[in-house]
Design a protein around this ligand. Structure first.
Ligand code: C5P
Length: 301
C-alpha cells in the first residue's frame, strides 16, 4: 500500500500489470488494527482483490480472524480472475491460419517449408480460451487441435486461400501465421515424374497472397500478419504492414537463437502504425498471450 519494494514479492507486485490478489494472514489483533484495515482498503481501491482470512486457531494460540485462507480457496479465486480476463473475446469470430502449405509436383513430391504450425496453434488455443469462436485454417501439421477450435484442413496455398477468404466473411479479424508457399509448380503431373539423365527444371508460378487480398478489402476487422526475415527485419516487416493494409505485424528473425521453426520459443517484434516493440525470448504460448493482449489494447474487437 505504501509503495515499498524492498523484497522480491513487493518488487514484483509494484511492476505487475496482471490482476493481483492478496490473501492476508496474521494474528487477530494485527488484522483488526486500523493500519492494516486502511491499507487493505487502499489496495482494494486500486483494484487489488482481497481474499479474506479465515477464523479459527492462529499461530499464536489465540482464536480469531487472521488464518490464511485455504490454499484451494485461493487457487479457485485466482482461477476465476484469470477466466474473467480470458473471456474478453466472447461472441467474437476470429480466423487463424497456421502451418505450411504443400504444393504438389506429382503424386509423390511436393514443395513445402519447415513451419511446424506451433505459433498459430498456440494463438488459436489462446483465442478459444478467451471465449472467441475460432476457425483454424491449417496446413499439414502433427499438432492436436486446440480445445474449442473449429479446424479446417487444407494442403495447397490455393486451398488455404479459398478456405480463409470464405471464413473471413462475417469475422471480426484474422491472425495469419501460415507459412504459405510463394510459388507452386505450374503443372501438376498425374503420374510420377520419371528421372532421366541430366538436370531437371520445374516451372513454378506465383500463389495467391491470402493476406494481401484480404487486407485491402477489410472494413472493421483487425488483421495481424506474421513476418519471418533473415535480414532487415523491421524495414521489411513495416513494408508488409503498409502493403497488405494490416493493423499489426509480428516479426521474427529466423536467425535469432530460440526463434523460428519447430522450437517452442520465439523472439518477436510487434510492428504497428505507432512503432515497434521488441519482446524478449518467450514460450510460443506466452507470445500468443502477448499478441492477443496487444490486439485488445489497440482495438476492442
Ligand atoms: O509477404 P510475406 O509472405 O512475407 O508475408 C507474410 C504474411 O503474409 C504472413 O502473415 C503469411 O501468413 C501471409 N501470407 C499469406 N498468403 C501468402 C503469403 C503470405 O496470407 N501467399
Amino acid at each position: 500500500a505504501s509503495g515499498i519494494a524492498d523484497n522480491l514479492l513487493l518488487t514484483t507486485y509494484l511492476s505487475a500489470r496482471c490482476p493481483v490478489a492478496v490473501a492476508p494472514a496474521m494474528d487477530l489483533d494485527m488484522y483488526a488494527h486500523e493500519a492494516t484495515q486502511q491499507n487493505l482498503r487502499t489496495l482494494a481501491r486500486r483494484g487489488v482483490h482481497i481474499v479474506e482470512p479465515g477464523e479459527g486457531e492462529l499461530a499464536s494460540g489465540l482464536q480469531g480472524k487472521g488464518r490464511m485462507a485455504e490454499p484451494d480457496a485461493i487457487a479457485a479465486f485466482v482461477g476465476g480472475l484469470l477466466r474473467e480476463k480470458k473471456k474478453s473475446l466472447a461472441g467474437k469470430r476470429l480466423i487463424v491460419t497456421a502451418g505450411a502449405t504443400i504444393e504438389a509436383i506429382d503424386p509423390v513430391r511436393f514443395i513445402s517449408n519447415h513451419s511446424s504450425g506451433k505459433m498459430g496453434y498456440a494463438i488459436a488455443g489462446e483465442l478459444a480460451d478467451r471465449g472467441a469462436c475460432v476457425t483454424l485454417v491449417t496446413g499439414r501439421t502433427e499438432l492436436p487441435t486446440p480445445a474449442g477450435v473449429e479446424r479446417v484442413d487444407v494442403l495447397s496455398a490455393a486451398e488455404m486461400y479459398d478456405a480463409a477468404v470464405r471464413a473471413f466473411e462475417g469475422s471480426d479479424g484474422a491472425v495469419m501465421c501460415a507459412a504459405v508457399a510463394d510459388y507452386t509448380p505450374a503443372d501438376y503431373h498425374d503420374d510420377k515424374v520419371k528421372k532421366k539423365d541430366g538436370d531437371l527444371s520445374i516451372p513454378v508460378e506465383r500463389t495467391p497472397d491470402i493476406l494481401g487480398t484480404i487486407g485491402p478489402q477489410k472494413t472493421h476487422q483487425f488483421l495481424c500478419g506474421f513476418s519471418m526475415e533473415t535480414k532487415d527485419l523491421v524495414e521489411n516487416s513495416s513494408a508488409k504492414l503498409a502493403k497488405k493494409n494490416l493493423d499489426m505485424v509480428v516479426a521474427n528473425n529466423l536467425k535469432g537463437a530460440g526463434a523460428g521453426f519447430g522450437v517452442d520459443t520465439n523472439v518477436v517484434t510487434f510492428i504497428t502504425p505507432d512503432g515497434t516493440r521488441e519482446l524478449p525470448l518467450m514460450s510460443k504460448a506466452d507470445v500468443a498471450d502477448a499478441i492477443l493482449d496487444e490486439i485488445l489494447k489497440r482495438r476492442s474487437l
